[in-house]
Design a binder for this molecule. Structure first.
Ligand SMILES: O=P(O)(O)OC[C@H]1O[C@H](O)[C@H](O)[C@@H](O)[C@@H]1O
Length: 186
């Protein structure tokens, strides 16, 4: 069992034993593991990794290590958090449905958070059960016309059911701005 000061615990008993990964396996991979550790530390401290480039071929920062921390010199500054809370409150009181349009690295973060926090059946809950928070759908991660028309029919149905003042917030995410799936969806 690994226990960190932060309270994080990793119980690896089921993978580190006689019938699974053993000490000699770890020893065989020692150089590779040390290499990963070294590069991980470079990433953590600089935000850059040699050879990691974006789709346009330019060096691309990898900043997700900063996500758990709120600080003035990171990506989650107190001001940024304040803006996010304001957006959350605005959406809670004004928006019926959010549609996230994006693919790959530009959508999986929000999809994971949605899945973890809201679960698979969030959109089936009533407004009261959702505490006023909007429904949320994901699009732009495929070029499937059936998926898109199904989503549009769903939004139209919700608009008709509500009767008036139905509001959708589109969240378009694309680093390059030229990815085919979100563009086709838009
Ligand atoms: O953020 P974008 O430029 O739209 O790119 C979104 C995604 O596009 C493709 O699927 C790439 O394989 C991914 O690595 C990238 O995250």
């Amino acid at each position: 069992m690994l226990r960190l000061q932060s309270g994080f615990e990793l119980d690896y008993a089921n993978i580190y034993n006689e019938s699974c990964i053993q000490e000699r396996d770890v020893n065989n991979f020692e150089r590779a593991i040390q290499n990963v550790w070294r590069h991980t530390n470079i990433l953590r401290s600089t935000g850059f990794e040699e050879g990691h480039v974006s789709k346009d071929g330019l060096p691309e920062p990898v900043l997700f290590y900063q996500l758990p921390y709120i600080s003035e010199d990171g990506i989650n500054t107190p001001a940024m958090l304040k803006r996010l809370y304001e957006l959350r409150d605005y959406a809670r009181h004004n928006i019926d449905t959010v549609v996230s349009v994006g693919i790959g690295g530009s959508y999986l973060g929000s999809k994971v958070i949605f899945d973890v926090q809201c679960g698979a059946f969030w959109n089936n809950l009533s407004t009261e059960e959702r505490n006023g928070y909007p429904r949320m759908y994901f699009a732009g991660f495929n070029v499937d016309g059936d998926y898109l028309s199904g989503l549009i029919r769903t939004l139209e149905y919700q608009a008709q059911t509500k009767g008036s003042d139905y509001k959708v917030m589109l969240v378009i995410t694309s680093k390059s701005g030229s990815t085919i799936e979100p563009m086709a969806t838009l």
